[in-house]
Write a protein that binds this ligand. Structure first.
Ligand SMILES: Cc1ncc(C[n+]2csc(CCOP(=O)(O)OP(=O)(O)O)c2C)c(N)n1
Length: 365
């Protein structure tokens, strides 16, 4: 597992390698990771109990990536996600109640129950959506970054909002997996991001598997080399070390905000749960990884590690962190109760939300 910054050849980024989160930031990182974990443990249990209408792909074990990156984002920044998107939604400031109701298929959901787990989105918070199409977020994030760049280039006038208001300094982040790194869209967007110096941060969550296939069977070369080929600065980090992710993301987001162009972060991590809940039914007894490997990664749990570090460094006491845990337990219970009490999604909405209203021929449209 590689840690630390690995900038493009010959270039160094002094000053940021030693950055450390303040106590307030550290508490927030911990809180975000625990929120994602507890929400997903409930989803795991409710999926097993047959309470959820669709499949869920859980992010348990990978929380440090979403938390460490999104800690640097503003509500006006953009993030695109994947089929494993609950962590990105929550870390970017999405409402747990609205997300839970969405996954339960309820009208109160963030997409009125029409999208489910793989489409949680909240445009008002720059959350451009989870996505069931592997690699689709790459082009969406690049488009958002291009839009932000164009807006920031416009000249402010007395009548128009200033460039600052229109998008100057807005950053777009794309979360994607190691499997998605083999999609053509990555190469196309890397080219444009480098050429146009887009304010884009690529975050490859390399968890070692694409569904049930180890990365070594389907992924040639080193993923970060794809970005190096376009002279895009690269950071390879231990994705289970939230401080390392936070540090690399801080540098990348700063570069993008200041007009310095894209950065590629490869975060090495591991998913503790299956590709999706109930995968054992699909595998019908087959195995694609050993229990010992899962156990090894459990020992590198990002939340346990960060909790220990906060206590050892004197940043927090166990009682401080227990209080955060208790607050989150209440929020998760509240979100589940809200989802459970919600109304089932309205099937008629599938017609009205899916298609643009028909032009009225009598009005000659
Ligand atoms: C375009 C496309 N091809 C294939 C699939 C089937 N599929 C769903 S998830 C997945 C694996 C994705 O692996 P990765 O990008 O590493 O993400 P992870 O599941 O490991 O988080 C595949 C191949 C899909 N959904 N979309």
């Amino acid at each position: 597992m590689t840690t630390g910054l690995d900038a493009m050849a010959g270039e160094s980024h002094p000053g940021d390698q030693d950055a450390t989160p303040s106590a307030v930031e550290a508490f927030r990182l911990y809180e975000t990771m625990v929120l994602i974990r507890r929400v997903e443990e409930r989803l795991r249990d409710d999926s097993a109990a047959g309470k959820l209408p669709g499949a869920v792909h859980l992010y348990i074990g990978e929380e440090a990536v979403a938390a460490g990156v999104c800690a640097h984002l503003r509500v006006t920044d953009y993030a695109t996600s994947t089929h494993r998107g609950h962590g990105h939604f929550l870390a970017k400031g999405g409402d747990p109640r609205a997300m839970m109701a969405e996954i339960w298929g309820k009208r109160e959901g963030i997409c009125r129950g029409m999208g489910g787990s793989m489409h949680v989105a909240d445009l008002s918070k720059g959350i451009l959506g989870a996505n069931g199409i592997v690699g689709a977020g790459l082009s969406i994030a690049a488009g958002a970054a291009f839009g932000a760049k164009l807006a920031s280039a416009e000249q402010p006038s007395a009548e128009q909002p200033s460039a600052e208001q229109q998008g100057k300094g807005i950053v777009s982040v794309c979360f994607f997996g190691d499997g998605a790194s083999n999609q053509g869209a990555l190469m196309e967007t890397l080219n444009l991001a480098a050429l146009w110096q887009l304010p884009l941060v690529y975050v490859c969550e390399n968890n070692g598997f694409s569904e049930f296939t180890p990365a070594a069977h389907v992924t040639a070369g080193r993923i970060s080399d794809r970005a190096r080929a376009f002279a895009i600065p690269v950071a390879e980090v231990d994705g289970n070390d939230v401080t390392a992710v936070w540090r690399a993301a801080g540098e990348a987001v700063k570069r993008a905000r200041e007009g310095g162009g894209p950065t590629f972060i490869e975060a090495r991590t591991y998913r503790i749960q299956g590709h999706f809940e109930a995968e054992s039914f699909v595998l019908s007894g087959g195995r694609y990884r050993e229990e010992t490997e899962i156990e090894q990664w459990r020992q590198a749990d990002p939340i346990t590690r960060f909790r220990a570090r906060l206590i050892e460094s004197g940043t927090a006491t166990a009682a401080d962190l227990d209080r955060i845990d208790a607050g989150i337990a209440d929020r998760v219970n509240d979100a589940v109760a809200y989802a459970e009490a919600g109304q089932p999604a309205d099937p008629a909405l599938a017609q009205t939300l899916m298609f643009a209203p028909e032009a009225n021929p009598s009005k000659g449209a």
